[in-house]
Design a protein around this ligand. Structure first.
Ligand code: ATP
Ligand code: MG
Length: 414
């Protein structure tokens, strides 16, 4: 019998008018994620997605990749079955008998209402037959447990194929990447902004990156290679990434020379936000993203966040604002950025850090501190100096270099 991965989505199913925009993108993202594996076809019978694998193809590599496809609520290994009860018992038992278990539940979904048995009747009859086999094989102690079964057997009858699946696993949830539009993330080399970017991807945004680094790159100490590696690590979640590397030292020197030292960090951040916004607007971004978390460091007091935020016209999203550092680290481990973000590097130039940065800045004093700077000229220095690097997810690997441009694809729901 053909083997498959049976995939369920949740939130997308609630979209009324434009559901097919979301499911279409989910299918395309699944195809991109699974590229190079032995996939025969990706089907979409009545509210679920079925990835058909070639006979004898290993399922583990496909499972590994599906874990990173946003929009997948859960998935399970499945096989096609005939519509006769005997067929279902054979297929289901073939999957269940591989390892002994103490309790079992059977859950049926009947998308095709012309199927003669209703779901409850099907559960009862298939369950009865499977229990008889399980008791014969594993002992009389095997029982039915509908609340917390050790193993679950799902049977799904569609008007296309009928499927038996076992052992549902959670997917990453969220919405398919590329359904929400684009945002520009200010990516440092630390833990927070990479996790913030991932949370935006999870809700369907395509995330572009801007990183500001000291110039020239100092061997072994520069932040640029760290940011580059973070962009690479995040690419399998969204299939393609743009990273702008912006030399920042000249801009910092101007700020150091022309503004009171206690305002430096706020002024650096304001310049970063302006430059990232300019790059973002040129690339159709609808918002900016930072890794700020309230009160984590001096630049993240409500006063200073307000002072920085003031210069942006695009909305600035801060998905980590209510997260503790420990929660952020846990997510970083899960998404695969932790070890990269742990590396030591110079966050721009440490020489330019003030001894006592202001903690509760006022908007008018920040404006006064900035008054001697030629803002537009400095933004131009940053934007003109920005170098674009691109990463593309291809047959399970992240490769650098020009990728097929997705510019023509719609990225928001119609
Ligand atoms: P992170 O862990 O992301 O570095 P952080 O806790 O160290 O954050 P800050 O250094 O105050 O906090 O930076 C706040 C946010 O400003 C970062 O999350 C990031 O979005 C942005 N940012 C800071 N430095 C840079 C940089 N060099 N390049 C791009 N963005 C930056
Ligand atoms: Mg930082």
């Amino acid at each position: 019998m053909r083997q498959a991965l049976l995939i369920h989505y949740h939130e997308i199913a609630l979209k009324a008018g434009n559901r097919s925009f979301f499911t279409g993108r989910l299918k395309r993202n699944l195809a991109a994620a699974l590229e190079g594996l032995a996939v025969e076809r990706i089907g979409h019978p009545e509210g679920r997605i079925v990835v058909w694998l070639k006979p004898d193809a290993p399922v583990e590599p496909a499972i590994e990749r599906i874990r990173r496809v946003f929009g997948v609520a859960n998935f399970s290994v499945a096989r096609e079955t005939g519509r006769e009860l005997d067929d279902m018992v054979e297929v289901a038992w073939g999957m269940l008998r591989e390892r002994p278990f103490g309790s079992l539940a059977v859950r049926a979904k009947r998308a095709d209402k012309t199927f003669p048995m209703n779901s409850m009747e099907l559960e009862r009859r298939l369950g009865g037959a499977l229990m008889a086999r399980a008791r014969a094989a594993f002992g009389p102690q095997v029982r039915v447990d509908l609340d917390a079964p050790e193993r679950t057997c799902f049977v799904e009858i569609t008007s296309g194929p009928s499927l038996i699946a076992v052992d549902k696993q959670p997917g990453p949830g969220g919405m398919p990447v590329g359904t929400a539009g684009r945002v520009m993330c200010l990516l440092s080399g630390g833990f927070d902004s990479a996790v913030a970017a991932w949370l935006m991807m999870k809700r369907g945004a395509k995330v572009l990156f801007t990183h500001f680094h000291a110039t020239p790159e100092r061997a072994g100490r520069s932040s640029a290679p760290v940011a580059r590696e973070l962009a690479r690590r995040l690419t399998p979640w969204q299939f393609g990434s743009h990273l702008w590397l912006v030399p920042f030292e000249e801009i910092q020197r101007h700020i150091v020379a022309k503004a009171p030292s206690q305002f430096r960090i706020i002024l650096y951040r304001r310049m970063m936000l302006r430059i990232a916004e300019r790059l973002g607007r040129r690339n159709r971004c609808l918002g900016l993203v930072t890794g700020d978390s309230l009160a984590q460091v001096a630049s993240q007091t409500l006063h200073n966040l307000q002072s920085v935020n003031e210069v942006a016209r695009l909305p600035v999203y801060r998905p980590l604002i209510g997260f503790d550092k420990e929660e952020i680290m846990q997510l970083a481990r899960r998404i695969g950025t932790y070890d990269v973000s742990s590396q030591k590097f110079e966050d721009c130039c440490p020489l330019f850090m003030p001894k006592s940065p202001i903690i509760h800045s006022q908007l008018d004093s920040v404006a006064a501190a900035e008054s001697a700077l030629d803002i537009e000229a400095l933004v131009k220095v940053g934007v003109d100096g920005a170098k674009l690097e691109r990463f593309h997810y291809k047959t399970g690997e992240v490769v650098a270099g020009p990728a097929t441009d997705e510019a023509e694809e719609p990225e928001t729901a119609p």
